[in-house]
Design a protein around this ligand. Structure first.
Ligand code: FEO
Length: 392
């Protein structure tokens, strides 16, 4: 029997569990797999499917819908978001049920056309606060642009106070039905926030503002378990979207012959001595999701890299580029580098970090093995960084 879970009366989870997926967007590691959550809302007169599933799971979705009366029973397909992990199966569902209307925002319609070739006459465009009556169940739409694509919307089930916010409030975990079933869910959700939502902090704040005053008794996101008690995830999101940082430094480094690591070790020693929360990632063996999670509330970032071919080591270049695109709320940075015969790593790091809002407090660039004098410079830089971090 396919797994179908009734969340509240007439609201069913018909998503799928992808235990084996290990990468998202060919970038984000998924150590615990993920789910593609889809939901059915059954009213007295009409039935709606909210989102679909990743391509490749069409048969699973169909089998689950069969449990609830089959594809023919559907009247509306709500597209909260056009990314293929939720919308990729839309063409299959539209083909199976020729009377079905695809409900989406105006920007969603543009994407549905180019990504899935949905014809105009199958689409029903909605805007902020529009509602669809299913009979005893009312779906209200809340536009949530750039959370995390421009067309994104949330769907709110008025009578049962259930919010379907698509990727927002999500987490990558294939296990569990409800939040309490998954250990350390907020840690997973924080990493996910850092990877997906942090580049859109302003939009995320606006999204949270739109939810103010809305009574929410359950949050049913598109990835990971369902929050039957919304408070912990809402409080966490209020914190993460605030852009507030902690007295915390995240260090990302790569070393080839230990010179850069010697500099990093000195930096870590001073930061810990000063009581600063310090997270250290050796880039070649680190999970990008852990770094993204720590960047959500770090006040400073330290990048360590040897010079390789007149610039940053490729792993450090990748980390610097990630910092640039993820737009963490960090205020300060420092660079530690070593070189053999010509430098270039620091210059390239500054070129990347320069246009960001992050103030580069300083850099230490060492020729060869670090001497006691070099380590003194690192100590001075570390103490300057501590002063900045403590200043807020
Ligand atoms: Fe889970 Fe943006 O798709």
């Amino acid at each position: 029997m396919p797994e179908v879970n009734e969340l509240v009366n007439g609201v069913f989870w018909v998503g799928v569990r992808d235990w084996d997926r290990r990468l998202f967007d060919a970038l984000v590691p998924l150590p615990y797999g993920t789910t593609y959550n889809a939901y059915v809302v059954v009213g007295d007169k009409k039935t709606a499917l909210i989102d679909t599933v990743n391509p490749g799971f069409e048969g699973d979705l169909k089998a689950k819908l069969d449990v609830l009366g089959g594809m023919d029973k559907l009247d509306y397909l709500i597209m909260n978001h056009a990314e293929p992990d939720h919308a990729g199966t839309i063409p299959f569902v539209l083909e199976e049920n020729k009377k079905l209307k695809l409900v989406l925002t105006e920007k969603g319609a543009k994407l549905a056309k180019v990504l899935y070739h949905v014809p105009d006459d199958r689409m029903m465009i909605v805007k902020q606060d529009d509602q669809i009556e299913l009979g005893g169940k009312t779906l209200r739409f809340i536009e949530a642009p750039f959370l995390h694509w421009p067309e994104t919307m949330f769907t709110y089930l008025v009578e049962d106070k259930v919010l379907f916010p698509c990727d927002f409030f999500g987490a990558h975990s294939a296990g569990g039905v409800f939040a309490e079933d998954v250990q350390d869910l907020l840690t997973l959700a924080k990493k996910y926030y850092g990877e997906i939502m942090m580049p859109f902090t302003k939009s995320a704040k606006q999204g949270m503002a739109k939810l103010e005053g809305l009574e929410i008794s359950m949050i049913a996101p598109s990835h990971g378990p369902i929050h039957s008690d919304p408070e912990p995830i809402v409080l966490a999101y209020l914190d993460w979207t605030s852009g507030e940082t902690k007295e915390k430094v995240t260090i990302c480094y790569v070393t080839m012959w230990q010179s850069t690591k010697t500099l990093v070790d000195k930096m870590v020693e001073i930061l810990l001595e000063e009581g600063i929360e310090t997270k250290v990632y050796s880039l070649p063996v680190s999970d990008m999701a852990n770094i993204a999670g720590d960047l959500v509330d770090s006040r400073a970032i330290v990048l360590g890299s040897p010079t390789v071919l007149n610039g940053l080591h490729p792993q450090a270049l990748y980390a610097a580029s990630l910092v640039k695109v993820l737009r963490p709320p960090a205020k300060y940075a420092a660079v530690l580098s070593s070189f053999g015969w010509s430098g270039g790593a620091v210059k390239q790091a500054l070129e990347i970090l320069g246009p960001t809002k992050i103030e580069v407090v300083g850099a230490v660039d060492v020729n060869g093995r670090p001497t006691a004098e070099d380590l003194k410079k690192v100590e001075e830089l570390a103490r300057s960084l501590v002063e900045k971090v403590r200043s807020g």
